[in-house]
Structures are given as C-alpha cells and as structure tokens.
Design a protein around this ligand. Structure first.
Ligand SMILES: Cc1cc2nc3c(=O)[nH]c(=O)nc-3n(C[C@H](O)[C@H](O)[C@H](O)COP(=O)(O)OP(=O)(O)OC[C@H]3O[C@@H](n4cnc5c(N)ncnc54)[C@H](O)[C@@H]3O)c2cc1C
Ligand code: SF4
Ligand code: SF4
Length: 941
C-alpha cells in the first residue's frame, strides 16, 4: 500500500485558522518558528508540517481528528518526538499531546494507574515511586520520552528482560478513532455483552476479528520466534487473545505508531520498586565468551543484561569511562532484590563466578548505591547522542538500528556485523539488550557523501535480510517501523501477512490520514532524509528539552532547547521571524550541562541575540559601566527603599515603568509580587576599604574575591559571609577593581560591552592564585571567558583566569584549614540545596551538598528537582515575570515535598526568585551564609 495522496489546502494558515476557530487561538500554531521546530524528531528525517495543535482535552483530539479526516489532511500524533524512525513528523497537522500530562488515578493495592499520554516516563516514575511503584518498561530515553510515544512504539528497554515491553504492561487505552468516536480499548471476553455491543457499533473491530480468525494459521506461521518484536501490527497478540476467548484490543493499538487511532489515556500495570538493586560492569577479553556467558547469566534472572561492543567502547572513549583498552565487549548486569526476596550478594557472587570462568580484562565493578549505579549506566544511556561527538561529518545514522536475534546468537551477530562494517570501512557502534537478543547497530556515515550513502543503502538490505534469513530474527525490537523500516515490513512478514496489515489499516483509517508514510507504506527509506541537518552537531535527541525550564512550562517544541537549535541554525532564520522564541531562552545553560553531544544551544542563542542587541538594555548597561554615577543612584534608591518598596507604591511603579520596560521586552515589568532584595546604603566595597588594593598596587593576597554586582549592591549578607568564611580559613582576600562579569550584558546581546568589562576583570584578576566567587553566574562567566574571547588576543589570559576561578564552596572543601562548626540554632532543622544552573554548568555540584551534609544543626535532604532551573536567571524575572513564576512553581512543590525549612543556594538571582516563589514556605540562604553562621556558633561555645 502506497501512502495515500491527500488533498492539502494551498496555504498552511487556512488549516491553522480553521483549527483556531474550533479549538481556540492558544492551542494552534503555524508560525515559522513552530513549523521549523516540529519538522524534526530524533530520526534522520525532516518534514515540515502545516500546523501544530497542542491539545488539552479529549474534545480537542476528537475535533482535530474530525477536521483532518474531513479535509484529508495528514495527522501525526506526537509526544516527546524522541523516536528514531521519523514517526512523529508529517506534512499536515502535528497533534502534540504533551499538555495532557497528568496521572489521573493510582490504585496502590491493585498496582495500576490511569495516565495521560503527555507525561514524561521519568516524571511518571518519580511520582509513582512515592507509593513504592514503578512502570516497568524503561527506554534509555526515559528522561525525555513520554507515555504516548512509548505506547505507540511498544517501547522497551534494558529492564524489559524482567518487566516486558509496553504491550505486556497495559490494561486499557482510550483511543480516538477516525470517526472522532472514543473506544475503550481493553480486553473483552467474547461472551461479554459489552463485546457484542462494541462489535455491532464498530465496523473496524468486526473486520479485525474476522481478519485474525480467518487467517489464524497464517498468523501463527509468521509469528516472529524471537523474544521481542515491534515490526508490523501485533495480530499475533490479537490471535492469542481470541484463542483464549478474549478480544485483547490494546495489543493491536500498542505499537501501531499513530496509524490506527490516537490515545488520550492508558491504564498501565505497575510493579513494586525493588528493595535494592546491584549493578555490575564486566569487561570481557573475547566477544565469543559474552555469547557463552549470556545463557548462564540469564539463569540468575537478572533484571537487565546489556552489551557494548569493542567499537562502541572505542567511540565513546575508553579512558573517559574507565574501560580497559583490551576489553572486546562490556556487559552491564543488574540484579534486583524484589518481592522474591533474593539475597543480592549471594546472587552477585554467583554472577562473578560465572563471569570469571571466562577471561576478563579486569575485576568487575559492582555498585549498590544509586549514584554509583547511575555512573555505571551513564555511558550506556547517553550512547547514541554521544556518538555525535566522534566526527564533524560522520554521524550516527539509524537505519538498521533495532534488530533482534535469539539471545544465544548475539555474539555471532556482533561478529558478523563487525566484519561487514570493517569491510565497508565504516565505524560502527553495536550495543543493546543482549538478554533479549536485541542489538542496536549505529554506523557512522556522512550521508552527504555518495560513497557513504551507497554504503547505507547496501547495508540496509543486506543486514536486514541476514537477520531474517540467517538468524530467523526481527528487523525491529522496540524502536518501531516508522519511515525507516516501513519499506521492509513486507519482506519481514511476506506478502500475505502484509496484506492483512493493509486491510487492518484501511479498515481503521479508510481516508489514510493517520500518520501516512509510517509502518504501512512502500516509500523508500531514503525519502525525506534531512541531509542538511545530518551535517550539524545536534543529534535531536531531546535530552536538553527534558531540562529546559521553558519547555517544562509551555510543553511546545517551539519553546524548547532542541526546537531552538533547529530555529537558530535554520537557513531561513531571521531575528524578525524568530524574535519571540529567541528572546524566550533564560540562558540558564541547563541544556549545555545535559547535552551528550556537546552542543551549547544557549550559546547559539546568545550569538543570535548578539546580532540584535537590545537598545534599552544597552543604555542601562552603559550607565552601569559608569560605576560612580550608577552607584550614586543605587544609594539614593537604597535610602528611600522603605518608601518605594511599599505594596501600593510598587503597584504604581509597576504601571509607571511599564512603557520603559516594554522596550526591554514586551513581557517586561516590575511586578509588585517580586520580592526585591534590600539595596545596601553602604556598598560592600565601602564596608571593607581595608581589602581594596590601592590603584597600581601589586596584589597583597594570593586570593581575590570577585564579589560581582549583587554582593556589592545588595544588603543581603552574602558578600560579608564570603569574606568572613575566607578569613576563618586564614585568608585576607583582596577586593580588586571589578566590573560586571558580563552575564546579564551578554544576555541582552551586548557582547562588545560584555567584553569591555571582561577585559577590566582579566587585568585586575591576573596576579592572583585564586579568584574566589560567591555568585553562580559570575563563577560560570569568568570560567567562560575563553569562549567569549575565542580566537582573540585575550584568549590565553582568559584560559589562565578560568583555571583559577573557585567558588566559595569549592574553596571551603579544598581548604586544609577546617574551622570548627556548631549548630547556629537550638534545634535541628531540615536544609535542602537548590543547585543553581550556572554553578552546575561550571561543574560545581557536589561541594555545596557535601558541606551542607556535614553541617551541625542541619538535617540535609536532597529535594526533588534540586538540579532544575528555578526561573530567576538574572533579570529574567523582570523580563518575563509571569513565565518565571510558572517555572518556580515546580521548585515550590519540590521544597514543600522535601519538608525543608531552609533552602540553600549559591546565586543572588536564585535567592530573589526563591524568596518570591516560595512565598515564605522556607527560608532562603546562600551556602556561604550558612557556613559563616556555623563558624560563628562554634566561636561562641
Ligand atoms: C537517546 C535515545 C535512546 C533511546 N532508547 C530507546 C530504548 O532504549 N528503547 C526504546 O524502545 N526506544 C528508545 N528510543 C526511541 C524513543 O525514545 C522511544 O520509542 C520513545 O518511547 C518514543 O516516545 P516519544 O514520547 O518521544 O514519542 P514520539 O517520538 O513523539 O512518537 C512516537 C510514535 O508515537 C506516536 N504517538 C505519540 N503519541 C501518541 C498518542 N497519544 N496516540 C497515538 N500515537 C501517538 C507518534 O505518532 C509516533 O508514531 C530512544 C531514543 C533516543 C533519542
Ligand atoms: S542539543 Fe544536545 S541534548 Fe539537545 S537535542 Fe541536540 S544533541 Fe540532544
Ligand atoms: S539556556 Fe535554559 S532556557 Fe535556554 S535553551 Fe537552554 S535550557 Fe532552555
């Protein structure tokens, strides 16, 4: 069956305006930026849609379906867009279910939950874990993929070995059919009157039953013999049900990739969170031994058994991950202590015994603690995007990425593949779920090069055919057929069974609007390859979306880190057509910290902003640079703050400043709800004249304190605390002359101005052994000066400074002096840490936590989402107060859940934001303040 030719209206906005009239303006988008952002998923393809609908209810879904069917417009459902097959992109309407992201009901006793399709797997499990429950299937993309996509792809992951794939863990689905009617797709007993009613009402269900009943023998004959399969429609599951007297409808829809109906809800089966888990990393000297070890290890009933071959280990960097140079393959084994109450250590010993029968290259690594276990998994989980770092032209291409063979033949498969690619001289990573015989094969190719392109085409047929003929396997274990494997589904199952798939598709989707080109299509897999994007640095994996605070709030790809990469690197980008989105980024750098491919989206956005600096911000920063005049104004404001900071006057100020702030951003305002810090009447530098070196004087101390603007101008005790802590450690710091580090200046596009200040700082900080900071943003900016001055004469000095920048928490941790600490308050109180984004990006995450963890009088709790942006981001809470408050809401809930009475952080903007957002739920303090208080308390004893 060829994808149907569908009638498309001439102009895209005809579709969008029709849909807007039905659904309301906020839910429908068709501007340039939105269409570019939705033109990609994590596959190698590109298709630009005509409109995007962000549905918020079942009515929205049904109305969109009816409209698409009436007009014959392709309709592609989409969740997180992390599929690797091109199944969440399309030429018509994209229906994004991300805003339907709630858990509707959890039944702890019966272990099930009703869940909407837009929830991210990690979030779902985080919420369920509070009740000791878990959804078993765990794709490695779990931090970003959403339930809707997992259902439609029949996803699975490392722990499928224990828990099965999605199809084994779903009780019911709510499915919107082509008619716009809703089907409660569950398992119906054939003698249940409800089943008879359903069959009477729904022609496609009658067709399905007879197709399967009439062809039971063919279906049984063609059933894949391997342990996993997501290729084609799961008529095998329907046939199994009918044989038991049951019409098991979820089996058809799970894995149907949006081609038969759209889900608004699923009832999923849950399992108990294991009481303890042990992860082991075992390095084998010979690949063949892995194949022999696997059946023996499977007897231990592991919950996961993963393999990475030698090429993969080379590509991800052995030294970086502590992998021995002579390892031919590495196995990840996981053992759970669950309801069966096994003795983990006894199991682990048996596992070691089995492994040691083979030649290992080093002692296996074992980990019980979550953090260490995550460390062992880290390389495996980020593998695919990490491969993007390998070569600027040769990219990991997913075209034979998901084959399945009998588990005991996996080494034979790996050996075959290694030889095949060696002969082609193509670097390749082979890894996967060895316990299920499911191998992910990722060759690195430059598809813009004819030679490599031909290698891809040849490899596509040869490898798939070998998997079918020689191994009796499946071409698709878990990633779905999408565009990439659609061409081969017929070969996998043969024309007769394929014909049944076509009949099912035609029956459920007679107009062919549901995700055309996917699964049931004879278009070549090379159609719609995005050659241009495959030469760029981004793997479009969406890992950054999972941490982007703007995406978290808007749940729309045009307001996300991955979307912004697409937009700002698009050949038709202009500031005018994309201002809305380019100005929405907080510059929090969370994307940069998360990206396994080493892409810095925030930097690309800053580059674009630098092309269009904001004039109003420029005037403010130029005034700011005239230090004496600027500080006079601040002191004047400080003197009268008790008057102008009153609620009534703040409301008036909000109104009066609006026209002025509008020139900063349309959304900018000085909200009366914003809890402003007290401005200092005497600035930090005035309070510590003895620490200021005379002009031209040589450095007097090995340590400079770079206080930045906030600690100097705010009367919040942070600067005093940093100085007091340094003194306690025997250091009398210098406060050399300094200008704004440059973060806010660059954020508004004034790079030249930022550099001007940075040059002053480079010169005045040059002679110090250490430059201590208290502010997260200053820390990162100073460490990032080499990026600011890349290729310029200052780069060397910038690199030298970057090495010497030390956050106060690092300083305290590294110091050989260990002053006594005591509890500053009579009773123990709970303290949590909010990890400021810029400090995380600067690589400082453990030290503040370790200090807080060891502080007398405090019970340190790790709060949920501690590593997520709070939405302050310098002046963002003025630039877009409403969005910043939507972002901080998640943090407020996290603080509440943790029960923390004090939230410690390391950034002045975070402090303002947390004080505004927490609304008194907890006290907010800088880490340095808590350290200072503990030292002072000890002095008083
Ligand atoms: C780094 C990385 C690692 C990965 N690891 C794994 C892995 O270990 N195992 C694995 O199985 N996959 C893996 N994948 C692939 C992918 O993440 C999974 O298939 C995932 O479940 C897709 O979810 P999604 O929310 O991104 O869906 P999307 O990509 O948005 O959509 C996937 C399919 O679901 C359909 N769909 C979405 N929502 C609905 C709905 N409400 N109703 C009907 N159809 C819908 C779409 O039309 C599309 O056909 C990985 C991907 C990446 C980038
Ligand atoms: S920027 Fe990085 S994390 Fe984001 S989609 Fe691209 S590769 Fe993935
Ligand atoms: S800097 Fe922050 S807001 Fe901007 S794209 Fe990255 S994660 Fe999103």
């Amino acid at each position: 069956m060829t994808s149907p030719t569908l009638i498309l209206p001439e102009r895209s906005h005809a579709i969008a305006s029709d849909l807007r009239a039905t659904l309301g303006g906020d839910k429908v988008k068709d501007d340039y930026s939105t269409l570019i952002a939705y033109a990609v998923d994590a596959s190698m393809y590109r298709m630009t849609p005509k409109a995007v609908v962000l549905v918020e209810s079942e009515e929205d879904i049904a109305a969109t379906v009816r409209y698409a069917v009436q007009r014959g417009i392709p309709l592609t459902p989409r969740a997180a867009g992390t599929n690797l097959t091109g199944s969440a992109i399309g030429s018509g309407i994209i229906l994004d279910v991300s805003r339907l992201n709630r858990i509707l009901e959890v039944n702890r006793d019966e272990q099930w939950a009703r869940v909407q399709p837009g929830i991210v797997l990690a979030e779902l499990n985080k919420q369920l874990s509070r009740q000791g429950l878990l959804f078993g299937p765990d794709p490695s993309s779990g931090d970003m993929c959403k339930l809707g996509g997992m259902l439609a792809n029949n996803s699975s992951g490392p722990h499928t070995l224990r828990y099965g794939a999605v199809k084994d863990n779903v009780g019911a689905l709510r499915v919107c059919l082509q008619t716009g009617e809703w089907l409660d797709a569950r398992a119906y007993w054939l003698d249940d009157p409800a089943c008879a009613d359903l069959l009477k009402a729904q022609g496609p269900l009658r067709d399905l039953r007879s197709v399967v009943q009439d062809n039971a023998e063919l279906i049984a004959r063609k059933r894949p013999i391997v342990s996993k399969n997501s290729c084609g429609y799961n008529l095998f599951g329907i046939a199994d049900g009918l044989a038991r007297g049951c019409f098991d409808l979820p089996k058809l829809f799970i894995g149907s990739e949006g081609t038969l109906g759209l889900f608004s809800e699923a009832t999923i089966r849950l399992v108990e969170v294991p009481r303890a888990t042990l992860t082991a990393l075992v390095h084998f000297y010979r690949l063949e031994d892995v194949g022999e070890a696997v059946p023996k290890l499977l007897e231990l009933y592991p919950s996961a058994l993963e393999v990475m071959d030698a090429n993969t280990l080379n590509l991800i960097g052995r030294a970086k991950h502590g992998i021995p140079a002579d390892a031919a393959a590495t196995l990840l084994v996981e053992l759970d202590d669950d309801a069966r109450g096994i003795d983990l250590w006894a199991q682990a010993n048996r596992m070691l015994e089995i492994c040691r029968r083979f030649r290992l290259t080093s002692d296996p690594l074992l980990a019980l603690e979550l953090e260490q276990r995550e460390q062992l998994w880290k390389a495996r989980k980020a593998l695919y995007p990490t491969l993007y770092r390998f070569d600027p032209r040769k990219k990991p291409i997913n075209f034979v990425d998901d084959v399945v063979v009998p588990a005991e033949r996996i080494s034979e498969l790996i050996r075959y593949l290694e030889e095949f690619f060696e002969e082609q001289r193509v670097p390749v990573a082979i890894f996967g779920h060895i316990g299920n015989g499911n191998a992910h094969i990722i060759p690195l190719l430059d598809v813009n090069n004819q030679d490599d392109f031909q290698k891809m085409v040849r490899g596509y047929s040869e490898i798939h055919q070998t998997v079918l003929d020689r191994f009796g396997g499946s071409i698709c274990g878990e990633h779905g057929d999408g565009r990439v494997r659609a061409e081969y589904v017929k070969t996998m199952f043969g024309p007769e069974l394929y014909d049944l798939f076509v009949r099912v598709k035609q029956s459920f989707d007679p107009t062919g609007v549901f995700n055309p080109g996917i699964k049931i299509s004879d278009r070549p897999f090379t159609d719609h390859i995005d050659y241009e994007r495959l030469s760029k640095s981004c793997a479009t994996c969406a890992k950054c979306n999972a941490v982007c605070p703007v995406y978290d709030v808007f749940q729309s790809e045009d307001m996300s880190s991955r979307g912004w990469f697409e937009i700002v690197t698009d050949k038709n980008y202009s500031y005018l057509n994309s201002k809305r989105v380019v100005e929405a980024c907080l510059n929090c750098k969370s994307c940069r910290t998360a990206c396994p491919a080493g892409v810095d989206v925030s930097q690309l956005i800053l580059d674009r902003r630098a092309e269009n600096p904001n004039e109003m911000a420029g005037s403010i920063f130029r005034f700011h640079a005239q230090t004496a005049r600027f500080e006079r104004l601040l002191k004047f404001l400080a003197r009268y703050q008790s008057i102008w900071d009153r609620p009534l006057i703040r409301r008036l100020l909000d109104r009066l400043t609006k026209p002025f702030l509008h020139r900063l951003a349309e959304t900018a305002r000085l909200s009366p709800r914003l809890v402003l810090p007290r401005l200092a009447r005497q600035h930090l530098r005035d309070r510590y004249p003895e620490l200021i070196p005379d002009t031209g004087q040589a450095t007097r101390s090995p340590v400079a304190y770079f206080h930045g603007c906030a600690a100097n101008y705010f009367d919040d005790g942070v600067g005093d605390a940093v100085i007091a802590v340094l003194r306690k450690h025997g250091v009398e710091p210098d406060l050399p002359p300094q200008r704004c580090s440059g973060t806010p200046i660059e954020t508004y596009g004034h790079r030249t101005l930022a550099k001007e200040g940075a040059r002053v700082n480079l010169a005045s900080m040059a002679g110090y052994e250490k430059v201590v900071t208290g502010c997260a943003s200053c820390t990162l900016m100073l460490k990032d000066y080499p990026i600011l001055f890349a290729g310029e004469p200052e780069q060397g000095a910038a690199e030298a400074l970057a090495k010497r920048v030390t956050h106060i928490s690092e300083f305290v941790s590294q110091s050989s002096v260990k002053p006594a600490m005591a509890s500053p308050q009579p009773r123990t109180c709970k303290v949590a840490y909010h990890s400021s984004c810029h400090l995380r990006a600067a690589g400082v995450t453990k030290e503040p936590r370790a200090i807080l963890g060891g502080m007398p009088g405090f019970d340190y709790v790790e709060m949920p989402d501690a590593d997520r942006c709070a939405g302050g981001a310098g002046t963002y809470l003025v630039k877009d107060f409403e969005t910043s408050q939507r972002i901080v809401e998640r943090k407020r809930r996290a603080v509440e859940q943790s029960g923390a009475e004090v939230v410690a952080t390391s950034c002045p903007a975070c402090m303002i934001q947390l004080r505004t957002g927490l609304q008194g739920t907890a006290e907010v303090k800088h880490v340095a303040q808590l350290i200072q208080e503990a030292y002072e308390a000890a002095d008083k004893l």
